[in-house]
Design a protein around this ligand. Structure first.
Ligand code: DGL
Length: 266
């Protein structure tokens, strides 16, 4: 492996571009290859077997792109299929957004009461609870599936009354447990950051996993002397389907930055 190779990031759809954006911010010299499985998104309500199958197909595709690291930006994949991705990737380091989010949550919580929100598959797997308790068994984790939120983000309802009402429905229960930290355990939720802050108030730290997985990638690449000091390649976004909605969402996730988008069949 060499520093000149690209970093691969993948997600069930467009949401993992939150990780792409964080990586570009802290590692501007790196070339990033992104794959969003927009044709089959969302994964959050699918069976574990199907999510594993899709994850292996994506990993095999990314391995054809000469990459030095694979980041599973999708919380659903990281929760139920990270082992399959690692096995398929062989010697290429693989990191998942859940592991990084767990570490950040443990560092943040003084009260030792952490809330986690995500898709049904992520919460059903209990991956955040297991990951957090593995670091500190004294911490109590309250996990809540919020299936409406991905759809609200995809419809552009990021700062609207309907989203505030949905967040109240989901988050008030968690607040009743006395949490002092809340993990946004889904790629789409960073776009709801302001709405979540409005709902939870000042007493709760809101943790964006995308930021922490990008920092973790930087640390691992630095340790293995795989960082590059000069950008040589061009970033590329692969998607299994391209629709006007995808283009609108990609622009929102990348805060307007223009990227090459190529349709691909897995
Ligand atoms: N990318 C998924 C996640 O982070 C959200 C969208 C989906 O359900 O596929 O869990």
């Amino acid at each position: 492996m060499s520093g000149k190779q690209a970093i691969a990031v993948f997600d069930s759809g467009v949401g993992g571009l939150t990780v792409f954006a964080e990586l570009s911010k802290i590692l501007p010299n790196e070339t990033i290859v992104y794959l969003g499985d927009t044709l089959r998104c969302p994964y959050g309500d699918r069976s574990v077997e199907t999510i594993k199958k899709f994850s292996v197909e994506i990993t095999n595709f990314l391995l054809t792109r000469d990459v030095k690291m694979i980041i599973a930006a999708c919380n659903t994949v990281s929760s139920v299929a990270l082992d399959c991705v690692k096995e398929t990737a062989g010697e290429i380091p693989v990191i998942g957004v859940v592991e990084a989010g767990c570490r950040a949550a443990v560092q943040s919580s003084q009260a030792k009461r952490i809330g986690v929100i995500g898709t049904r598959a992520t919460i059903g797997a209990g991956a955040y609870g297991k990951g957090i308790r593995a670091i500190n068994p004294e911490i109590v984790v309250y996990e809540k599936a919020c299936p409406l939120l991905v759809h609200l983000v995809e419809e552009g309802e990021v700062d609207s009354r309907i989203t505030d009402v949905a967040l109240q429905k989901y988050l008030y229960d968690l607040l009743d447990f006395g949490i002092d930290s809340l993990v946004l355990g889904c790629t789409h939720y960073p776009l709801l950051y302001n709405a979540v802050l409005r709902c939870v108030g000042d007493g709760v730290s809101v943790i964006n996993g995308a930021k922490f997985v990008a920092e973790e990638a930087k640390k691992i690449l630095a340790k293995n002397e795989l960082l590059t000091d000069k950008k040589i390649g061009e970033d590329i976004i692969f998607a299994t389907d391209i629709t006007p909605q995808f283009e609108r969402l990609a622009a929102a996730f990348l805060m307007g930055a223009k990227k090459n988008v190529v349709k691909v069949k897995l």
